[in-house]
Ligand binder design. Structure first.
Ligand SMILES: Cc1cc2nc3c(=O)[nH]c(=O)nc-3n(C[C@H](O)[C@H](O)[C@H](O)COP(=O)(O)O)c2cc1C
Length: 403
């Protein structure tokens, strides 16, 4: 089972005449694969770059152009289209399109539809940096924002006009995640959530280290779910790159953007967690910190030798240290990764020993898998989940806590 807020949603996509329009093909495929109903309107400019046939094929629906606007069919197309969506996105949005919308123009199908709808509209501008920075564009963006349009700041990077700067359409994943976040109920506003994630590293010398195979995906998905629900998220991250992105929905929803603290060793993870824990009302210990470290870390690089014996010592127990300092208004959640035969027994022991309110027991095979079996022990109950995705579990956990 997967967590998917887009299934059955009606999404209206407005395309305008920018080069980045090619990226939207992939977006529409992704939306369709998620079970969303997608309708596309092409602006006059968009039609110069792409044909409606491509978008009709991808969306499985008629793709509308300006030619349809004045057809004597007996229908009032822009009013019908305005009633269809649960959300509208304009991607890419040209400077010209935003100027027209900001001045209330309605001389083409897309503009009339926008004027006729009260549905939330996300606008993803994309253009040359100078066009973006032009005072006219900036003024139009401010006007649109003041009317409640959610204008997503373009990304910086290489542009199609062979320059580098601000003006890129965000990657498809970022637009897709913005839409996912849109449909999540904001029931964690004002909450502060600490999440530890990923493996840690314990250095043998300056180039070699002990670690484990944790992908950190569960922690990342928990952080994302909490952010989408409106919480202020602190993610203490021991992994390399994050396995996904946090869309910049903070701009229009007034939620702080998640703060990610990159750490290397278990000790560093504890030090950062200690400073953040007192101000959080929920802490989830989803990291896989190394339990052992070499007693002595060598400087430089140890020379190759026949036998090397390492003396190991226990590292700090982050979850136990912090959960033992828990205040009555704080909730802590732990994870127990165990062999299937000992799963329940060790998870329950761990829950008690570490003073957790909830514990999630998962078999070793979960480590870098997309989905798994999970058992959640709440303060009172035991709940079993068979072969569910980590994203689904993240959603269920916050529902269970009853935030
Ligand atoms: C090759 C080419 C690329 C263009 N790329 C962009 C762009 O990325 N962003 C933009 O705002 N305008 C761009 N324009 C200008 C728009 O296409 C033009 O303003 C058009 O009238 C926009 O029409 P529309 O807003 O109805 O889609 C480009 C024009 C050409 C010829």
């Amino acid at each position: 089972m997967v967590a998917n807020g887009l299934k059955g949603r009606n999404i209206l996509v407005g395309l305008t005449g920018g080069i980045a329009v090619y990226k939207v093909c992939e977006l529409i495929r992704k939306l369709k694969n998620s079970g969303a109903n997608v309708k596309v309107i092409l602006s006059k400019g968009a039609e110069k770059f792409v044909t409606p046939l491509l978008f009709a094929s991808l969306s499985g629906e008629k793709a509308y152009t300006d030619e349809d606007f004045f057809k004597p069919t007996g229908e009032i197309l822009h009013i019908d289209l305005a009633k269809f969506p649960d959300v509208v996105i304009i991607a890419p949005a040209t400077a010209s399109f935003m100027a027209k919308l900001a001045s209330g123009q309605a001389d083409e199908l897309l503009l009339s539809t926008l004027l006729a709808t009260k549905t939330p509209v996300y606008i993803f501008p994309s253009m040359n940096t100078n066009m973006w920075e032009h005072p006219a564009t900036q003024r139009n963006v401010e006007t649109l924002k003041s009317w409640g349009y959610r204008v997503y700041e373009p990304a910086s990077g290489a542009l199609a006009c062979n320059t580098t700067g601000k003006g890129r359409l965000p990657e498809v994943e970022e637009i897709f995640e913005t839409l996912q976040a849109h449909f999540v109920k904001k029931d964690m506003l004002g909450q502060k959530v600490l999440i530890t994630g990923g493996p840690t590293r314990e250095y043998i010398d300056e180039v070699r280290f002990i670690t484990n195979d944790s992908s950190g995906k569960m922690a990342f998905l928990l952080a994302k779910e909490a952010y989408y629900r409106g919480a202020e998220v602190y993610l203490i991250w021991g992994g390399k790159e994050l396995p996904g992105i946090f869309p910049r929905i903070n701009d229009f929803l007034g939620i702080p953007y998640p703060k990610v603290f990159s750490v290397s060793t278990t000790k560093e993870m504890l030090e950062v967690a200690k400073t953040l824990f007192p101000k959080c009302n929920l802490a989830i210990f989803a990291a896989a910190p190394c339990d052992f470290r070499p007693k002595q870390a060598f400087s430089g690089k140890i020379k190759k030798q026949e036998i090397l014996t390492l003396d190991l010592e226990l590292t700090e127990d982050i979850a136990k240290t912090l959960s033992s300092q828990k205040q009555p208004d704080q909730i802590t959640i732990g994870f127990a990764l165990e062999t299937p035969e000992n799963l329940e027994k060790y998870a329950l022991l761990k829950k008690k020993e570490k003073n957790f309110d909830f514990i999630v027991a998962n078999p070793i095979s979960t480590l870098s898998a997309e989905s798994s079996d999970f058992i959640v022990f709440t303060p009172k109950d035991k709940l079993e989940f068979k072969e569910v995705s980590k994203a689904y579990l993240a959603k269920v956990l916050f529902d269970l806590i009853g935030v």
